[in-house]
Design a protein around this ligand. Structure first.
Ligand code: TXA
Ligand code: MG
Length: 337
């Protein structure tokens, strides 16, 4: 299959909507990462997403909406907390897990009685949903297991020849996937993102619990609330180790392990001598780290890095999302100095 790459303008949006109405899967920009979209209510269309990504069938998909009417169609119940969070954070990088009304295709909920719903802020994404006329299931538009795509070029690198169209809306400004919050099990944070735990707690006025699966590998036989949590994610080919240390201690640690194919990954303006390194944002600006993270992981693979020591970000605010993605990319290998 030939993959067209079109700008996310009126003509591109119309072509994307036409393909979606014909049951195809197409890649679209969102403010978080690029998504691989298909009609959320059409099982055959949804199966094209799983096929193109090579995604496990038991990992549910987020349904993307462009109106509050769509929310009420997809959810069996919309509790007051959901409306409150929608008011505060939608359109934007927050996914709410709610009881499903059974309208989405079986593959979207992956056997659960819940559905993850997000109203994206990206205008092209909203226009595609409106022009298609139905909610779009859209996981990140990468091959399963590899880092999420934050540019159309990343999508092409992973999915060229496997889907008919990629809409190019420029680099995704947020850079990490949406915050996933279950309102069925608590308020329970299933995946940290740009909307932070602190912001959610402030809005809800009650504590938000962190899913156990966030920072530890699942034990044998353990069932996660969010099936996506059991898979290694975001991983480059290189073997990553996350290192919690001051800039100086990190530089010394990385240098002591320098050698063929060994790289360091740290923040802007940090001093790494005698070994190759790349940076991912500023040490004191988690949003800049989020925006740079996935492109940096892809760049390490392009440069042929085999072993990478990554200076760990702080865990406050958006930092928790960056930390969580890196810990998974590192297969939970963490060194604390
Ligand atoms: O920012 C994003 O959310 C991007 C863009 C494209 O919108 N999409 C995205 O989708 O990251 P995906 O499929 O890569 O991640 C969806 C996550 C997975 O961890 C999945 O397990 C969880 O959300 N999820 C989806 N529906 C769920 C449900 N009903 N219950 C629990 N977890 C759910
Ligand atoms: Mg993904």
């Amino acid at each position: 299959m030939q993959t067209k790459l079109l700008p996310a303008d009126e003509a591109g949006i119309e072509q994307a909507a036409a393909l979606l109405r014909a049951g195809q899967a197409v890649a679209i920009p969102t403010e978080t990462v690029y998504g691989l979209a298909a009609n959320a209510c059409d099982e055959a269309a949804v199966q094209r997403i799983f096929a193109a990504k090579g995604r496990p069938q038991d990992n549910p998909l987020i349904a993307h909406i462009a109106s509050m009417d769509m929310l009420h169609e997809l959810a069996a119940e919309v509790p007051p907390e959901a409306l409150r969070l929608a008011e505060a954070f939608w359109p934007g990088p927050l996914t709410l897990v709610l009881k499903s009304a059974g309208r989405v295709a079986a593959g979207v909920s992956a056997g659960l009685d819940t559905v993850g719903i997000r109203f994206p802020a990206n205008e092209a994404a909203q226009s595609v949903i409106r022009a298609a006329g139905f909610p779009l299931a859209a996981p990140s538009a990468n091959r399963s297991g590899s880092p999420s795509p934050t540019t159309a070029a990343h999508v092409m690198a992973d999915l060229e020849g496997r889907i008919p169209l990629v809409l190019d809306g420029g680099p995704a400004p947020v850079g990490v996937e949406s915050t996933v919050l279950s309102l069925v099990h608590g308020p329970l944070l299933l995946r940290p993102g740009f909307v932070t735990k602190e912001e959610l707690e402030e809005e809800l006025g009650i504590p938000v619990l962190l899913s156990d699966a966030l920072h530890a590998p699942l034990q044998e036989g353990e069932q996660p609330h969010s099936p996506g949590m059991k898979y290694i994610h975001y991983a480059p080919r290189a073997r990553l180790t996350l290192v919690e240390a001051s800039p100086e201690a990190f530089a010394a640690y990385a240098k002591s392990r320098a050698g063929e194919g060994v790289w360091a990954m740290c923040f802007t303006d940090e001093n790494i001598a005698d070994m190759p390194y790349i940076t991912y944002g500023d040490a004191d600006d988690a949003a800049s780290q989020a925006a740079a993270l996935f492109a940096a992981l892809r760049e390490l693979d392009e440069k042929g890095a085999q072993t990478v020591y990554v200076r760990a970000p702080g865990r406050q605010g958006v930092g928790l999302a960056v930390y969580n993605r890196l810990l998974r990319a590192a297969g939970f290998r963490l060194v604390q100095l």
